[in-house]
Design a protein around this ligand. Structure first.
Ligand SMILES: Nc1ncnc2c1ncn2[C@@H]1O[C@H](COP(=O)(O)OP(=O)(O)OP(=O)(O)O)[C@@H](O)[C@H]1O
Ligand SMILES: O=C(O)C1=C[C@@H](O)[C@@H](O)[C@H](O)C1
Ligand SMILES: [Mg+2]
Length: 166
């Protein structure tokens, strides 16, 4: 099976959906954020605070470049599309699924979140980041699934059927 890369903004559900999707497809599961935290033995907020975002992006590209070449569902970090080399790798080696989610939905899902350094910014900055990134997600996705008002189970079902047609 080709790798399946889940992309989308913070809070779109890449990690929640990815785990269940991999179980349904009976394949391996990888979350690039988890790989980074395990490899460097630090939380993402610690990496951002001590080393900065640029360092985090290097770790993220390394994590992506070292995953197995097939049979994995990969939940990426929301900023994976910030580097074009990451996009190229995902396009060339797998099927990219974009979990499209309204900003208002994300704002609601992450209202009490403190684990995402880029979500701690003010609302205008977060909306600007969202507006800039949606074009990147849209431009590289083979499959787009809207997650607003959808249950994780239903998203897993929808993605499983759409991936089978690829
Ligand atoms: N379809 C959904 N319906 C309701 N809540 C959801 C849905 N998908 C995700 N959530 C909730 O939103 C929060 C963020 O989800 P998750 O961690 O899976 O997002 P993510 O896309 O992996 O974010 P990140 O880019 O930061 O890794 C969690 O509390 C999760 O339970
Ligand atoms: O959108 C982003 O840039 C991020 C999303 C998270 O998955 C983590 O990768 C980190 O908090 C950065
Ligand atoms: Mg995640």
């Amino acid at each position: 099976m080709k790798n399946i890369f889940l992309i989308g903004f913070m809070g779109s559900g890449k990690s929640s959906v990815g785990k269940q999707l991999s179980e349904g497809l009976n394949c391996d599961y990888i979350d690039t954020d988890t790989i980074i935290e395990t490899t460097h033995n630090k939380t993402i907020p610690e990496i951002f605070a001590r080393e900065g975002e640029a360092s985090f992006r290097k770790y993220e590209s390394n994590a992506l470049h070292n995953i197995p070449t097939e049979n994995c569902v990969v939940s990426t970090g929301g900023g994976i599309v910030e580097r074009s080399s990451n996009i190229d790798q995902m396009v060339e080696t797998g099927i990219i699924v974009y979990l499209e989610t309204d900003f208002r939905t994300i704002d609601k899902r992450l209202q009490f979140d403190t684990s995402r350094p880029l979500w701690r910014k003010n609302k205008d900055e977060k909306k600007q980041l969202y507006d800039r990134r949606i074009h990147l997600y849209q431009s590289c996705a083979a499959i787009t699934v809207s997650t607003d008002n959808k249950l994780i189970d239903d998203l897993v079902f929808q993605i499983t059927s759409q991936v089978a047609n690829e």
